[in-house]
Write a protein that binds this ligand. Structure first.
Ligand SMILES: Cc1cc2nc3c(=O)[nH]c(=O)nc-3n(C[C@H](O)[C@H](O)[C@H](O)COP(=O)(O)OP(=O)(O)OC[C@H]3O[C@@H](n4cnc5c(N)ncnc54)[C@H](O)[C@@H]3O)c2cc1C
Length: 318
């Protein structure tokens, strides 16, 4: 189905003479960033291949927030709407498939798909997102996205004024606990083992009436996705209506690293204006390159990258 070539002619006339399955842009990842990038490029009549492995970061969420006109929309519905809208643009091809490899060619990129096929594109937009390190606590799966969350901006409003637990060690746990004061006056910091906090950190917690519990957690209990109790290893339990955790995240894909992209100290792909990376022709949008990780921000970055890519292609062709 796809052409396999080690060389893309840089000149547009030569390119037109080639197999029309040469893509202007290959987008890896069809979350909000990749889909919005595809929308802008489709409207520019660019030939676009969008590949998505089908593991959106917010799959567990009951509804996305902070997106004007979409507040409370289910994430799966948001993606369905996005994919549906792309159908109007016949030059955009969407595949549910993982990209397992990518390499630089003389004037473009070749990607390998999990079915062994390869595709060639002139520019690459990577929108592969991140994966969260979710605490390994018995019972957590049935509460995650309903009453256990990681982001107060996304779900703090729904949990306002409720008795909440904060899960995390050291500076992460402390920072999240202090942040959550905005949403609830009834907080307990659970570190599930030694807190790794200094005396002055503990004093700050005490100053804000946030008890510290360093005991190991045995399990979470509740019904229908609603957290009720946190049970410690010694059998003692505390009643909590919700929990927020801060335990870190990683890049969802190794491809930016493999292509030679630079990273920030926080583990994000380093990008400049319009989501450009240090690797010419490679753009990274969405959570993979940002610390403000919202659907609306990811979508906006996808659009910005698409405009930059389109301008770059025009510069090469005209
Ligand atoms: C529980 C939870 C709740 C959240 N709630 C909110 C909220 O209320 N409001 C809000 O604004 N944000 C929320 N977020 C954050 C939001 O999910 C992200 O900011 C947003 O999804 C980022 O979009 P993205 O396109 O960068 O990445 P993603 O949405 O993660 O999409 C990346 C896509 O790339 C695919 N992919 C990865 N590697 C490959 C590969 N090699 N080949 C092909 N495809 C690949 C993945 O399968 C995935 O489909 C929440 C996150 C979580 C975890």
């Amino acid at each position: 189905m796809f052409i396999m070539t080690a060389k893309i002619p840089p000149n547009s006339r030569e390119r037109n003479a080639m197999d029309s399955s040469l893509f202007d842009v290959i987008i890896i990842g069809a979350g909000p960033a990749g889909l919005n990038g595809a929308l802008v490029l489709g409207r520019c009549r660019r030939r676009v291949l969008v590949c998505d492995a089908g593991h959106p970061r917010n799959a567990a969420s009951h509804g996305l927030h902070n997106y004007l006109t979409r507040d409370g929309t289910k994430p799966a519905e948001f993606l369905r709407l996005g994919r549906e809208e792309l159908k109007s643009y016949e030059t955009v091809k969407l595949m549910k498939i993982e990209v397992t490899d990518a390499r630089l060619l003389e004037h473009g990129f070749e990607v390998t798909l999990s079915n062994g096929e390869r595709a060639v594109g002139r520019k690459l937009l990577i929108a592969t997102g991140v994966v969260d390190e979710i605490p390994k606590l018995e019972g957590l799966d049935s509460f995650y996205g309903r009453s256990v969350f990681h982001c107060p901006y996304c779900d703090g409003w729904e949990m306002r004024d409720q008795p909440l637990a904060v899960y995390g060690k050291g500076e992460n746990g402390l920072g999240l606990a202090l942040e959550l004061i905005l949403w609830s006056p009834d907080l307990v910091l659970c570190t599930d083992g030694p807190s790794e906090l200094r005396a002055e950190d503990m004093a700050r917690l005490a100053q804000h009436n946030i008890p510290l519990r360093e005991e190991r957690i045995q399990r979470l209990e509740g019904n229908n996705g609603v957290l009720d109790r946190i049970v410690f290893a010694d059998g003692e339990a505390i009643k909590r209506r919700g929990m927020f955790f801060s335990t870190g995240q990683q890049q969802a894909s190794e491809l930016p690293k493999k292509l030679g992209c630079e990273f920030t100290d926080d583990g994000c792909v380093a990008t400049g204006a319009y989501e450009v990376t240090n690797v010419p022709g490679v753009y990274v949008a969405g959570d993979a390159s940002r610390l403000v990780q919202f659907v609306i921000v990811a979508a906006s970055e996808g659009a910005q990258a698409a405009v930059a890519i389109n301008k770059e292609l025009m510069k090469e062709d005209l």
